[in-house]
Design a protein around this ligand. Structure first.
Ligand SMILES: Cc1cc2nc3c(=O)[nH]c(=O)nc-3n(C[C@H](O)[C@H](O)[C@H](O)COP(=O)(O)OP(=O)(O)OC[C@H]3O[C@@H](n4cnc5c(N)ncnc54)[C@H](O)[C@@H]3O)c2cc1C
Length: 424
């Protein structure tokens, strides 16, 4: 049965954006009996970057009622991450981890994945408008308003009882309300494309994302994310000025950087690009607050760290599955403390990922990953975080991530001087 909204409002909840965060929130809220309007700027399917999921997100998809549609997608299974640097190759298997729960997930093309999620949310009762761009927002704890422009240039204003901003890189509320703050991560860029990969190396494991490290500059790293159809997403990340030196165009830079890394060069020697070469710069983002009168920010509309451990979609889905029951509580007339029930606990897990991201770029985590002598128990704790279990308070690499990573890196022979230099 399609839910009906409270009288005197145009709908119960407006969700800006139909990416993973918006689709999951909408799906969960209609399941809780509320009417939801999703306003999405693009027409779907549309390309998006962010194609390697983490096992933890499977339980969030389940909570949102979206797991079945994902499982029906015939996507490439993913069970871990492999790492390559110079002659060294190593791997982490997410099924061998400290925390219980899903140990596998998928590598997905987002055009298809996002369409599936929002399609399933619509089937569950969410009302979704595509091709409508939110242009104005008036926050209010009783009656927030949202204005959007459709593809004919017509402006419409809607009222709701609550507003969820899941506009991702659109960052509608952060921009409109001046919430943006320094993300405290160096501005980096990614250059990427999709290829028909033609990888024939019998040692290559399609069930793992492959993360490579540039042989001369350990702050440059590579991703190779194979899909089920023989295509793969291949990208390189580094400081903006550093990558700019590799050529005059995204295509030139991509080729020069792939040529510079021996394992990638060998694996992709027959690869053919199947979409335009793209670049994204300065994508890390943060806000002063993830909530305000009558609204909350989900996924990338709030904070985005860095692509290195594929945490973006997992954090986005986590934020939605935390927010939906709170919105439900509010709409049923109960009080909600968005700071203690949403922002603080959500940010705890993001802080764990941030500690891992920082430790990747300063070299500590690379020392750990490429050193295979650590005890199995510690490996499992790290595997759990990299599998997305960044909110589990019984894992010391969650509760004291930075300290634990520093100590373990030192035991693995890390010294700060090693960070920017060639492989040990
Ligand atoms: C280089 C790179 C690689 C990445 N790799 C990974 C990865 O491997 N795994 C991973 O999990 N994450 C990855 N990410 C992160 C991932 O892309 C995001 O975290 C994820 O897409 C966030 O989902 P979301 O739903 O919050 O936002 P989005 O997916 O960005 O969805 C937001 C939606 O809002 C719509 N919108 C925007 N503005 C408006 C408006 N004004 N009105 C209406 N609609 C609007 C957009 O059209 C879009 O459909 C990567 C990011 C980068 C930069």
């Amino acid at each position: 049965m399609t839910p009906e909204h409270a009288p005197g409002f145009d709908t119960d909840v407006i969700v800006i954006g139909a990416g993973p965060a918006g689709a999951a929130a909408a799906s969960q809220l209609v399941g809780l009996g509320h009417e939801v309007r999703v306003l999405e700027r693009s027409q779907f399917p549309r390309f998006s970057i962010g194609e390697s999921l983490l096992p933890q997100c499977m339980s969030y998809l389940e909570t949102a009622g979206l797991l079945e549609t994902v499982q029906a997608g015939d996507y490439q299974l993913k069970n871990g991450a492999a790492f390559t640097r110079g002659a060294k190759t190593t791997a982490i298997d997410f099924r061998e981890k400290f925390t219980s729960g899903w140990g596998t997930t998928y590598q997905i093309e987002r055009a298809d994945f996002d369409q599936r999620l929002i399609g399933a949310a619509a089937e569950r009762g969410a009302k979704v408008d595509f091709g409508v761009t939110v242009t104005d927002v008036r926050p209010d704890d009783q009656r927030p308003q949202v204005s959007y422009v459709d593809e004919n240039g017509k402006t419409t204003t809607l009222t709701a009882r609550f507003l969820l901003d899941a506009s991702g890189y659109g960052r509608v509320l952060a921009r409109k309300l001046g919430l943006e703050r320094d993300p405290r991560l160096e501005p980096r860029m990614a250059v990427f494309t999709h290829v028909e990969d033609y990888i024939d190396d019998p040692d290559y494991d399609r069930e793992k994302i492959l993360i490579g490290v540039h042989p001369e500059d350990a702050t440059i790293w590579y991703w190779l994310i194979p899909f089920a159809n023989g295509h793969a997403s291949v990208g390189v990340v580094g400081a903006i000025e550093t990558l700019a030196q590799y050529g005059d165009s995204p295509e030139a830079r991509w080729h020069a950087l792939i040529d510079a890394e021996p394992r990638y060069r060998q694996l992709l020697r027959n690869a053919r690009p199947v979409r335009a070469f793209s670049e994204l710069k300065g994508y890390s983002a943060d806000v002063t607050s993830l909530h305000g009168p009558g609204y909350a920010l989900l996924g990338n509309a709030g904070e985005f760290l860095d692509p290195v451990f594929s945490s973006g979609v997992t954090i986005a889905l986590r934020s939605s599955t935390m927010a939906a029951p709170l919105v439900d509580q509010l709409l049923r007339g109960e009080s909600v403390d968005w700071q203690t029930q949403f922002e603080t606990p959500l940010r705890q897990g993001i802080a764990t990922f941030r500690a891992f991201v920082d430790a990747w770029y300063d070299g500590r985590l690379q020392s750990i990953v490429f050193n295979e002598t650590q005890p199995d128990s510690l490996k499992r704790m790290i595997s759990a975080v990299l599998a997305g279990y960044a909110w589990e308070q019984d894992n010391p690499f969650v509760t004291a991530a930075d300290k634990r990573l520093t100590t373990l890196a030192q035991l693995c022979g890390y010294s700060p001087r090693q960070a920017q230099s060639s492989p040990a």
